[in-house]
Design a protein around this ligand. Structure first.
Ligand code: DX5
Ligand code: ZN
Length: 216
């Protein structure tokens, strides 16, 4: 079944609790953590995740666009994240980190920037609960979907099948009513949507309609 994860990057940060509740019914709330080093933008950190955890029952999917995730990721699990995604390009010891996240009781996920191929990570996939194929350059919401990532989504889905893995395949960036069907057809099953959800008049209805489209 398709999962829709609204990204609060496109929400009003002064009203985060209300904005989180506005998408109840979503599978996960996607929380973009940026450190102004790994990406040229700065968002939020551990204390905001702790507060969000108390503000909503929707589980938190924390996407860490930060340097040194080996050091920081465990703190996001402690703060209440149900899933923590670190970037392959930033992790010094991805296997050790994924095992640590799982040992703490959260789902472990790894993200790939658009220019990072999946093939070198084939042997790591069993250590992960989810792989995130970025469909924009990480850093900002509201960017145009990169169609050139569709073959990578397809290749990733084939690797997951070849190894008989249960892991999820997430896409993030430019996912909307116009692009979600192409992502689903290529093999994605978890869809992050920022502007397509929070830019809609009724964010909860946008979640339902994206999910229906992805499941067509
Ligand atoms: C971008 C973030 C995304 C962003 C997506 O670096 O990782 O999660 O919020 O926003 P949209 O859906 O507007 O492209
Ligand atoms: Zn994200």
């Amino acid at each position: 079944m398709a999962q829709i994860n609204p990204s609060i990057l496109s929400a009003d940060f002064a009203r985060l609790a209300d904005e989180a509740r506005a998408v109840e019914g979503a599978d996960w709330l996607h929380v973009d953590v940026m450190d102004n080093h790994f990406v040229p933008n700065l968002t939020l950190g551990v204390p905001v995740v702790e507060s969000l955890r108390k503000a909503t029952d929707t589980p938190l999917d924390c996407h860490l666009m930060i340097e040194d995730p080996d050091r920081w990721a465990p703190q996001y699990v402690e703060a209440g994240a149900g899933s923590v995604t670190f970037h392959a390009e930033a992790a010094a010891a991805p296997v050790r980190l994924a095992r640590q996240i799982r040992a703490q009781g959260a789902r472990a996920a790894m993200a790939l920037r658009p220019a990072t191929p999946v093939e070198p990570y084939e042997d790591l996939l069993p250590e992960l609960d989810m792989l995130l194929v970025m469909t924009v350059e990480p850093g900002f919401g509201g960017q145009a979907f990169l169609d050139v990532m569709l073959p990578k989504i397809r290749r990733t889905r084939r690797l997951i099948e070849r190894h008989g893995l249960q892991m999820w395949l997430q896409v993030d960036g430019g996912v909307s009513a116009e692009t979600i069907e192409r992502c689903a057809e290529a093999g994605a099953d978890v869809f992050v949507a920022g502007s397509a959800v929070y830019g809609a008049d009724d964010p909860a209805a946008a979640v339902r309609s994206l999910r229906a489209q992805a499941e067509e």
